[in-house]
Design a protein around this ligand. Structure first.
Ligand code: NDP
Length: 370
């Protein structure tokens, strides 16, 4: 793939076979991302529509349902299987530690699931989510919107075709100042039990998962350093609960064939998101790499020159929901499946262990022979 082909690919879908039909969603949890990004993305897409909304707040649910001609349900009504005819698939957008119960309900109802990242708060619970869907025979996709982003997809092809030679390392950052929003310190993202951790689980997962996708490769070992100050909390003493609400995390990943990755994620500081991949014959850097809504800025440097491109891409959340619906309509397994989500939770748990012990920790096949 030459650079012009990369630019062309960065604004097109490489998966769309134009199937007939639509998928109707039940959206579980009407929080910020579901209401302001996901529901508009479903409605803007080619293959999705809203069938039901599930919320702990009746007035909010009724208002959103009425605006979209959908059914309003409480969590209890959803768990009891009310109005299942109104939707084909379930989108889960609650705090991380609550994903599994809603996945169990969907699996029991024989509904396909698209679940927000990270898949769950612990590796055990993420594994249970994968098993529940496998046992029920329903599709489970982890909502990794970057894997539906046309720029990131084009770059994955560029890497696999040797555009930068042999990859040698990846570098990245996602800083998201959570206290700058309206919720202040009183929010589940600072609750290590509900979130499964802190900055790593919430935003560190982006450079991790996107790098795994770009390289087509899995980490075999990690090291980590973490810190936290008030109100983010401190490391718990309980060894059974190694995760804590990290404010800053730096982690190093080793991939097979000597590729390394170095990433940082923070819950404080000036917002930033970027990713850089280096190879033997070139490198590229994506600025605004993980912000919702596309508009990536890309710099590619190879032996043949340097190119800067801006304004690339599309609304990757709309792309994500259309991709998921396309998978269901065509009987194709999604690429970011439940196992993809489980691997990240396992890697992030290993990073927390490494940060607590100060030791290098094996993951994946190196750790348990999988
Ligand atoms: P919010 O806090 O804005 O919303 C979460 C919603 O979950 C609440 O509004 C509430 O909905 C429901 N909920 C149920 N139980 C609880 C509880 N005990 N505490 C708090 N909320 C509860 O979170 P976000 O929308 O930002 O995040 C939701 C999920 O989406 C998370 O898994 C997060 O990681 C993921 N996310 C993904 C993004 C992406 O780019 N893909 C971006 C942002 C978040 P209700 O009142 O309707 O019951």
């Amino acid at each position: 793939m030459d650079l012009q082909a990369l630019v062309d690919a960065a604004s097109s879908r490489d998966w769309d076979t134009d199937p007939v039909g639509t998928v109707s969603y039940a959206v579980v949890g009407l929080g910020n991302y579901a209401r302001n990004v996901s529901i508009p993305a479903i409605e803007a897409g080619d293959y999705g529509e809203l069938g039901a909304v599930v919320s702990g707040h009746h007035e909010k649910a009724s208002r959103v349902a009425e605006a979209h001609d959908a059914v309003a349900l409480s969590y209890e009504q959803y768990a009891e299987g009310e109005a299942t005819a109104a939707y084909d698939a379930v989108y889960i957008a609650t705090p991380n530690r609550l994903h599994l119960d809603h996945i169990h309900t969907a699996a029991d109802q024989q509904k396909a699931v698209i679940c927000e990242k990270p898949l769950e708060a612990t590796a055990e619970r993420a594994e249970a989510a994968v098993e529940a869907c496998e046992t029920a025979g329903v599709t489970l996709m982890t909502a990794y919107r970057m894997q539906a982003d046309p720029v990131i997809r084009a770059l994955a092809t560029y890497v696999s075709e040797g555009g930068i030679g042999e990859p040698t390392k990846a570098l990245g950052e996602f800083t998201f100042p959570v206290l700058a929003g309206s919720k202040g310190a009183d929010q589940w993202r600072l609750d290590a039990e509900l979130a499964g951790g802190g900055a790593l689980m919430d935003v560190g997962v982006y450079p991790l998962n996107t790098t795994r996708f770009l390289l087509g490769s899995e980490p075999i070992a990690v090291e980590g350093m973490a810190s936290a100050s008030e109100p983010f909390g401190d490391r718990p003493e309980d060894p059974e609960c190694p995760q804590f609400a990290d404010e800053h995390i730096h982690f190093h990943t080793e991939f097979p064939t000597g590729i390394v990755g170095d990433f940082t994620a923070s819950f404080s500081g000036s917002a930033a998101s970027w990713l850089e991949v280096v190879g033997t014959e070139g490198r590229f850097r994506v600025e605004n790499a993980f912000a919702p809504g596309g508009e990536r800025e890309l710099t590619v440097e190879t032996d043949s020159g340097r190119v800067e491109l801006s304004g690339l891409g599309a609304d990757e959340t709309r792309e994500e929901f259309d991709y998921f619906a396309h998978c269901l309509l065509t009987g194709t397994p999604p690429e970011p499946d439940g196992l993809d989500g489980l691997i990240d939770v396992e890697v992030m748990s290993a990073v927390y262990e490494a940060a607590q012990t100060g030791h290098r920790v094996d993951v994946g096949a190196g750790a348990d022979g999988r």
